[in-house]
Design a protein around this ligand. Structure first.
Ligand code: TYD
Length: 207
């Protein structure tokens, strides 16, 4: 590939993204692709400090401040990891990206979704993922999987996570070509097959 690809994984906490990222990475490497993994928040050095604040700061953070911290981390991830590696023809996979801000800060924290979209564009310089997998999981299962040891975001409560879930579904409806919703209640193997099928469709479209 002359120009690389940018793939993002999204979904509520405990949706099984991590397992699927690992499986897709193995699949792509076996096909001869060079794959670079990153995540938001906390991809590179400074991002890790921002992640620490976002997930462990133990006093109130205003929703707007929270948004800007995620966006600052995103700008760092895009400029330093994502763009540079795409330019080298690699496939970059990011565990969370712009749609997390729309779902969590827009729908979850009930900030203006169009404004978050606008700010996302500033953080990314307009770069868009080639494909995004959203793993849809019911709130009950998600909360069970997260368990008792919750970070600051995971402690936001049931109604918040219901809004996040519905938010993801709304975002996906707006961009069906890019965003593919996958039911997370299926087996690991079946989900992986769906991810691969969608990736192959993208490959064919781009070839
Ligand atoms: P993380 O431990 O990476 O969660 P997960 O394994 O579920 O991806 O924590 C990231 C948390 O930050 C997660 O609760 C989602 C949240 N988040 C936002 O609220 N907005 C954002 O823009 C991003 C990138 C993450």
């Amino acid at each position: 590939m002359k120009n690389g690809l940018f793939i993002t994984f999204e979904g509520a906490d405990g949706c099984g993204k991590t397992t699927q990222i690992k499986l897709l990475t193995e699949y792509l490497q076996n096909k001869g692709y060079e794959v670079v993994l990153t995540r938001e928040p906390g991809s590179v050095g400074l991002g890790q400090k921002i992640r620490e604040l976002l997930l462990n700061y133990d006093d109130e953070i205003s929703p707007v401040c929270e948004s800007f911290l995620f966006l600052a981390d995103r700008a760092q991830n895009v400029d330093i990891i994502v763009k540079r590696n795409i330019d080298k023809g690699r496939i970059v996979i990011s565990d969370r990206h712009t749609d997390s801000s729309l779902a969590y800060q827009g729908y979850g924290r009930e900030l203006d979704v169009d404004r978050i979209d606008f700010l996302n564009n500033i953080a990314t310089g307009g770069l868009k993922p080639d494909i995004t997998f959203v793993f849809d999981i019911d709130v009950e299962t998600s909360m069970e999987r997260v368990g008792k040891n919750k970070d600051r975001m995971e402690s936001a409560g049931r109604e918040f996570f219901e809004r996040v879930r519905q938010g993801y579904l709304k975002i996906a409806q707006k961009e069906p070509d890019r965003i593919k919703v996958i039911k997370a209640a299926d087996s690991i193997e079946n989900i992986h097959s769906q991810v691969v099928k969608l990736f192959v469709e993208l490959e064919e479209k781009l070839s």
